[in-house]
Design a protein around this ligand. Structure first.
Ligand code: DX5
Ligand code: ZN
Length: 215
């Protein structure tokens, strides 16, 4: 079944805890937490203290997407804050292999993410080490952008690689996901749909999630 991971970036930050509970009650499988440092991307969101605070309110899987430089410096803090899965970017500076190793040493699942302009082959050196690939279908930094369809072949490329190499590999898509673009991604083999503005704008988030679960 498709895993649905609503992006909390589109939540009302003045009541983030309540929003998390709303997402969980709507039937979401995971909660996607977009961490931005103002350096890797031109925006700043939240970090471990906020994640730790909302962790107490829900049992849902915390799917952290670190859009930060030199992520190895912060893995301990994000793991201790209660993240279940941590994804780092292949374009980030610093020791990315070391960051992945550290995530796994902490007993968490590790993901690698790729920006729209990065060639898919940049993932190759990381694939043997990760549990998940997060294919960005917008330029990271902001919610509410339009889906970049050129990124879709990366989904099937990763699924093919996993098959050829006998590896379990979840593929997640992030950016501009709505009813139509979700279908395109699922057809290409995506396992996880990350969606922010589309889900949070819905009157009935539960219905949209149920529809994706039914696909
Ligand atoms: C963008 C983030 C996304 C974002 C998606 O940098 O990684 O998770 O919240 O938002 P939508 O679904 O509105 O494109
Ligand atoms: Zn994200």
């Amino acid at each position: 079944m498709t895993i649905v991971s609503p992006s909390m970036l589109s939540a009302d930050f003045s009541k983030l805890g309540e929003e998390l509970v709303r997402v969980e009650k709507a039937g979401a499988d995971w909660a996607h937490l977009d961490v931005m440092d103002g350096a890797f991307v031109p925006n700043i969101t939240f970090g471990p203290p906020v994640i730790k605070a909302i962790r107490k309110l829900s049992e849902i899987t915390f799917d952290a997407h670190l859009m930060i430089e030199d992520p190895i410096r912060y893995i301990d803090a994000f793991a201790d804050a209660g993240c279940d899965l941590i994804t780092v970017h292949c374009e980030a500076h610093g020791d990315i292999h070391g960051a992945i190793r550290k995530i796994k040493e902490k007993g968490l699942r590790a993901g690698i993410s790729i920006n729209p302009e990065t060639d898919v082959t940049a993932l190759e050196e990381f694939l043997p080490e990760v549990n998940l690939v997060l294919v960005m279908t917008v330029h990271p930094g902001f919610g509410g952008q339009s889906f970049i369809a050129d990124c879709v072949p990366k989904i099937s490329w990763v699924k093919e690689w996993a098959k050829k190499n006998g590896r379990e590999m979840l593929v997640s898509v992030d950016g501009g996901i709505n009813a139509e673009t979700a279908e395109v991604c699922l057809k290409a083999g995506a396992d996880i749909l990350v969606a922010g503005s589309y889900l949070f704008k819905m009157q009935n988030m539960a219905l949209a999630i149920a529809q994706w679960h039914g696909v």
